[in-house]
Structures are given as structure tokens and as C-alpha cells.
Design a protein around this ligand. Sequence first.
Ligand code: B1M
Length: 211
Amino acid sequence: MDLKQIYEYTVSGNAPKVKELTQQALAEGVSPSEIITKYLIPAMAEVGDRFERNEFYVPELLIAARAMQGALSILKPLLTETDLKPAGRVVIGTVKGDLHDIGKNLVSMMLQGAGFEIVDLGVDVAPDKFVEAVKENKAQVVALSALLTTTMPSMKTTIDALEAAGLRDKVKVIIGGAPVTQRYADEIGADGYAPDANSAVRKTKELLKIA
Ligand code: B1M
């Protein structure tokens, strides 16, 4: 099969076709992570570029995102199949005011795939919700995602809330999302920054000193 079609049908937002081709690719032995990193992620990047060039508008974004989510719903259980003891517990969420969740879901899935136990708080998560979840779940890592420059400050507010709750030295904070940079992570006192889902796994392992 021509795997590039997964990319093309994701860009054009044909959810049934993307699902069908994903299943076909799996049947032919293509790995779930290859489908995600080589076809689905680049397709959404292309959709983003077209949006920026005013070639795509919100409806096109939504149907492309839905096509990608459809494929991810098939791939997710396969990525998380592991008999290993969890490598650690990660609380993840998109920060307050921000509703973007595709990247966050990918990071979450990749971390699950790498053996981490995930507590996903969803989108628009207030700092006190992160604090509560860290306490309740005794998490080792908090992973914060933001896609809007206007919601990035909520990452700092969340770190401040962890500090105020006396939890800051008990959890590592990793941040990411399209507008986020290493420089911003340093500025707000996060422990780590990752530009994409794969490096989020690498960074989390590095922070927890897992080989
Ligand atoms: Co929005 N949006 N959006 N949007 N949207 C952006 C982010 C934008 C850059 C588009 C643009 O103008 N060029 C722009 C932000 C501008 C800015 O702040 N500088 C923008 C805007 C303005 C808005 C609205 C305000 C539009 C409006 O209503 N006027 C609105 C805001 C709503 C809100 O959140 N309150 C809005 C709404 C939406 C939709 C609902 C239509 C939809 C989201 C659907 C959903 O998420 N369920 C949407 C989309 C799809 C996008 C773009 C096109 C694509 C985002 C995406 O899913 N990318 C985006 C343009 C772009 O990014 N080029 C845009 C694919 C995804 C795989 O990548 O999320 O970057 P990404 O995640 C990557 C990495 O960043 C990283 O790993 C991921 C995988 O590699 N990563 C992490 C992410 N989180 C991480 C956490 C980590 C580590 C790595 O550690 C914890």
C-alpha cells in the first residue's frame, strides 16, 4: 500500500479513509509509532501551515483533526500494550484557557507507549487542578501543554501553585507546545522542555533518570 495516502487523506480530512488505511497499514506490519510520526504528525503540520497561509479555515482544521483522532483511537491501545511495571506516573493537561489537545494527546500516548502511567486532566486545566492531581496520584512528573501565546503564562502560574502547595521539589515539570521554547522553560523554572512527542518521552526519562 502507499502509506503516503494516510498523510494525504488526513490533510483532506477524510476520516473513514484514514481509519481504513491505518488498519491496512497495521495489517501489513507497519508500526503504530511509524504511522504517527511519519504520516499523521506531518499531515497536521501541513494543515497548520495551510491555515497560516489562509488556504484552510477552522472547519478544515476540525475535519483534519477528527481524521487524525480517528486513526489515533486505533493506534492508542497498541502503543500502550505493555506488561512492564509503569516507569512513573505523569499528570498531563493543556493549561487554563487553552482548548488545543491534539499535541497533548500525542505526548500522552507516546508516554503511555513508553510505559508511563498517565493521568490526563484534559484541556483548560486550572493550576489548582494540577496541584490536586499531583497530590492524589503521587505523580513524579507534571506535563503542561500550551498552544496559545496568551495561555503560556498559565504554565508559570501552575509552577507557582505547585511551589505554594509544597510540591515543587517532589515533581518534575515538563512543558511543550508550538509557541513554547527552552528559553521560556528556563525563564519560568520548568525542569524540561520538549519540542515534540518523541522528545517529551526522552526528556521525561532523562528527568527521572530512566535509561
Ligand atoms: Co488553534 N491556534 N485556535 N485551533 N490551532 C493555533 C495554535 C495557531 C498557531 C493558528 C494560527 O493562527 N496560525 C493560533 C495561535 C496563535 C498564537 O497564540 N500565537 C491558534 C488560534 C489563534 C486559535 C483560536 C484563538 C482561534 C479563534 O477562535 N479565533 C482558538 C483558541 C481556542 C482555545 O484554545 N481557547 C483556536 C481553536 C482551534 C481549533 C478548536 C479549531 C483546533 C484545535 C482542535 C483540538 O486541539 N482538538 C485548532 C487547531 C487544530 C490549530 C492548529 C492549526 C494546529 C494545532 C495542532 O493540533 N497541531 C494550530 C496551528 C499550528 O500549530 N501550526 C493552531 C498538531 C499537533 C500534533 O501539534 O499541538 O504543536 P502541536 O503539538 C506538538 C508539539 O507542540 C509538542 O508535541 C506535539 C506532537 O509533536 N507538544 C508538546 C505539545 N504539547 C506538548 C507538551 C509537552 C511536550 C511537547 O510536554 C508536556
